[in-house]
Structures are given as C-alpha cells and as structure tokens.
Design a protein around this ligand. Structure first.
Ligand SMILES: [Zn+2]
Length: 500
C-alpha cells in the first residue's frame, strides 16, 4: 500500500497543533498544587519517525498513540558532554555553555523531521556524534551534563566535586525527592534493571558497564521502594552479562533483603504479569517494597511484543507470558508507590525500542512502541480513576525519549496492520527490498526527540523553552530535571550556565 509522503498541508496542520498545545495544557494544569506524583515514562532510542510508523501500524494515522493526546508537546535536545566536545575542540565549560555546539537547529532543524525541514547535510551532522543512554539519563536524573557511559557522575570521572557525598557522584531526583519530600521511589525497565536508563536514577558509577556494582548499590544501599526489570541470572545465557551479582540475587531470593522486599521472579510456565501484580498486592498488604526480576536468555530483556503483517488487522503477539508486559510492570509499580501518602517518583522505561532500532528492525520496533503506547494509556487510566488521592492536579506525567537512533525515514505511508517486507542480514542488519523505509545508521543520532506532558506543573515546560535556544522552542534534557523538581515544590539552581 503506497501513498505520498507527509505533504506540506499536513505539516502546517501539525505546526498549528503544536501552537494550540499551550492553551490545552492550561486545562490540564489548573491550580497551584504541587506534583506529589511524578511519572516519567521513557521510550529509549525512539524518534518521531518511529512514533509515526507505530501509529500507522496500529491506527492507520500518524499521531494516534496514547501519548500523542497529552497537551504539552515539545522537542528536546539530548546532546551530552562527549557530543559537545566533538564540536568544541574538546572544551566543555559548564559555566559557559553554547547550546548550539551541542545541537545546532540551523543544521539539524528547529523541530525533528518531519515537523521541520532539516538543513543541508543534516544526515551527516546528526549522525556524527550523539549521547548514549547513561549520560542522557544522568541529565534527566541530576540536571548535569556528563560524558558517555557515566551514571550520575561528573564528566571526566573525578573523585571530588559532586553534590552528593563529596566524590564525583551526583544526587539524583529520586534521592532529592526521598530526602526533601519523603517520596517513595521506583524504577521499571523492560531491559536489565542495572542498564543505563534505570541505573542513572538509583545508582552512581563512572561506567555503565559495572553491572555488579550498580546492582549492589541499588539493592543494598539505595533500596528503592520498587525495582522491576530484566537481568534475571537464570535466564541470562551469556557469561559476560552478569546483570546482578550472585550474592545479591541470593540475598534477594532467600536472605537478608527478604524482610524489606517482596521478591517476584520469572518462573517456567508461570504468568509473569500476574505474579508481579499479585506480588505488588502482597507488598501493599504487608507494607513492603517490591522487587521484580525477569528477562530472557541472552540479553536479559523481556521478550519484545511482535506485530504481525496483516493489512487492516493490526495484531501483536507476545512470545511468552513468563515476562510481564511494560504495562503490567508499570501498574505493579504504581500499586506499591501510590500507597505512600507523601508522594512518589517513578521512572519506567521501555528499553527494547532502542535495541530494535540498533538492529534496524522495523517489525520489532513497532512491537516495542506498542508496548510503550499501552503502558502510557494504562497510566493515564490509572490517574483518571475516581475516588482516590491521585488526579491531574497533583500528578505530573512525562513521556519522552533519551535520544534518537538509526536515522529511519518512512518513505511510503503504510496502512494499519501493514508491515514492509523485511529480510535479515543483507548489510549487517535488516533489508527492506520494497524501499518503504530507509535507515541511515545502526547507532544513536543527535536528532531532537519528542517530549509530551500533562498535569501538575506541565506548563513549566513551556516557560523553560527558549531559555537555552533563543527563538527556537527546544527544551534541553537537563531542563526536564529542573521542571520536575520545581513541579514537586523544591526547585533547584541549575549547575549549568548558558553563554548567550
Ligand atoms: Zn542505544
């Protein structure tokens, strides 16, 4: 099924829709109440072209995913210190940042394609150097820019100068909100719980690859109220992965952490979503924390949902019920966290979107975004439930992506249920002989990502735009930290200064 590319008229409608988002968000953000509940939902490695592709598969329209209904819709720069240094002769001064060295709208576009045309040579520019998930999550978690690979640790890996314990580590939003507001904190991921995105919120390390140390800090020191993710050692077929130290796993399962945590793990023939939600119920009844450890052999992630090529009949298949879906994991987390009368902070990541995108795997990408779409809708429904203490006047929901990936472009418009013909391994990844989609790389790109928000404090995103990029409505990823902290009623002074 072939139709022309997104036309000029459609782009104008989109531009108009972006402008009216201001007035809509006023409706969803009335009153002065603080955000007692902050829910940050991440599609790792997802850009707007991936969102459009998944929306077309599921609904036959470009912007019909659950998060496309949120009233605030903006664009976010994601560059890290490594990207910045690539363009600045190796110099990064946090007191004199020139944002256009990290991302230049004149070259990459004032909004992500197809919302805005890119400048000449944009593909090469955007592919040249991009953030990784560790530094991108550090920006959201701490408000600092850092190097590739660092988890809430200062750039350059110093042993002093951080704002946490005097070493190079950085206090995360989870730590701030627990300390200042007594919020419960939780992290969820469909990839190993010690992977970069969740880890940056609840651990500190000079390298994202130190899985054992990262896991030990999470389990033995930080002890979030909820941890749910992959990385189960019994399903981790690769000896190099080791997403959790043997002793920590043993202590969770049998020993010293049992008094604090209800521990739920993958088990052959057992419905993982159901056992996790039952575990959450038990944790609530017993006043305990919740730890869910799942994942599959090899990579340690939950098996991705798989869409079927059935034109006009979009359907998605789950490979096994032994892992929870993103929705079930997120709802289990909310069940436990919402017990805290002081409030909570939850970060929940659909992490396999990025893995599908590294492989240029369109089919898997659509399935993983469907997983995120379902989870976001479930969270919206959860907040909308009547007769409880959680509503949009005290809850801030953010849906975004840490970085883009693979420079995918939709070349023809596929209808609902329609997938392009896809064959593996012709150029090291996937081939699309019909030309419906093209890919520019198997790595991250420095394209702007989308950010969607609703609820208490979400209007702060509008006022934060233009602070970093004059005349262009782009948010920097470190500003997400500032907005969340201000929304919670505990604004922080940014450690970064912009050189105008
Ligand atoms: Zn990646």
């Amino acid at each position: 099924m072939k139709k022309p590319l997104l036309g000029v008229a459609v782009r104008q409608v989109l531009a108009a829709a972006l402008i009216t988002s201001c007035s809509l968000s006023a409706l969803a953000d009335s009153g002065p109440r603080e955000a007692k509940h902050i829910i940050l939902l991440i599609g790792d490695g997802m850009n707007i072209e991936h969102e459009i592709a998944a929306s077309r598969y599921l609904f036959g329209n470009d912007f019909d995913l659950s998060f496309h209904t949120l009233p605030y819709q903006g664009n976010q720069s994601t560059w890290d210190v490594s990207t910045y240094k690539y363009w600045s002769d190796g110099i990064y001064d946090p007191q004199a940042i020139r944002p256009t060295l990290g991302y230049d709208p004149a070259q990459g576009g004032a909004a992500p394609y197809p919302l805005s045309p890119e400048g000449p040579g944009a593909e090469g520019y955007l592919k040249a150097k991009a953030t990784d998930s560790a530094s991108a999550a550090t920006a959201w978690a701490s408000g600092y820019k850092t190097d590739d690979g660092n988890l809430s640790w200062l750039p350059g890996d110093p042993d002093t100068g951080g704002n946490r314990t005097g070493d190079g580590s950085l206090k995360t939003i989870a730590e701030h909100l627990r300390e200042l507001k007594d919020y419960a904190i939780g992290v969820v991921s469909t990839v190993p719980f010690t992977h970069a995105t969740p880890a940056a919120f609840v651990s500190h390390n000079k390298s994202r690859n130190n899985y054992g140390d990262i896991g030990h800090e999470i389990i033995a020191t930080l002890k979030p109220e909820v941890v749910i993710g992959g990385g189960h050692p019994g399903y981790d077929g690769s000896p190099t992965n080791n997403y959790i130290a043997a002793e920590d796993y043993d202590n969770l399962k049998n020993g010293v952490y049992g008094a604090e945590y209800v521990f739920v793990e993958r088990f052959p023939g057992v419905d993982g979503g159901l056992s996790l939600l039952t575990g959450a119920q038990q944790a609530v009844a017993e006043g305990k924390k919740l730890f869910g450890l799942f994942g599959k052999e090899g990579d340690g992630n939950f098996e991705s949902l798989k869409p079927n090529d059935l034109p006009a009949t979009p359907t998605v298949t789950q490979a096994t019920r032994e892992n929870p879906t993103y929705t079930e994991a997120t709802l289990a987390a909310l069940k436990v966290l919402s017990q805290d009368p002081d409030g909570f902070f939850l970060m929940a990541e659909q992490g396999d979107i990025d893995w599908a995108n590294h492989a240029n795997d369109f089919q898997r990408m659509v399935g993983t975004i469907k997983d995120l779409h379902d989870g976001v809708q479930a969270v919206i429904d959860f907040v909308n439930q009547p007769n409880d203490a959680i509503d949009w006047r005290n809850t801030l929901l953010i849906v975004t992506s840490d970085h883009s990936n693979n420079y995918m472009r939709n070349r023809t418009v596929l209808g609902a249920g329609d997938l392009p013909e896809q064959t593996p391994n012709c150029t090291g990844s996937q081939c699309y002989p019909g030309g419906e989609v093209t890919f520019g790389t198997t790595s991250h790109t420095n394209e702007l990502t989308r950010i969607y928000a609703m609820g208490a404090g979400s209007r702060r995103f509008e006022s934060a735009e233009l602070e970093w990029y004059p005349r262009v409505r782009i948010l920097d990823n470190t500003q997400v930290f500032q907005v969340m902290m201000a929304a919670a009623g505990v604004p922080q002074v940014s450690p970064l200064r912009i050189r105008k």
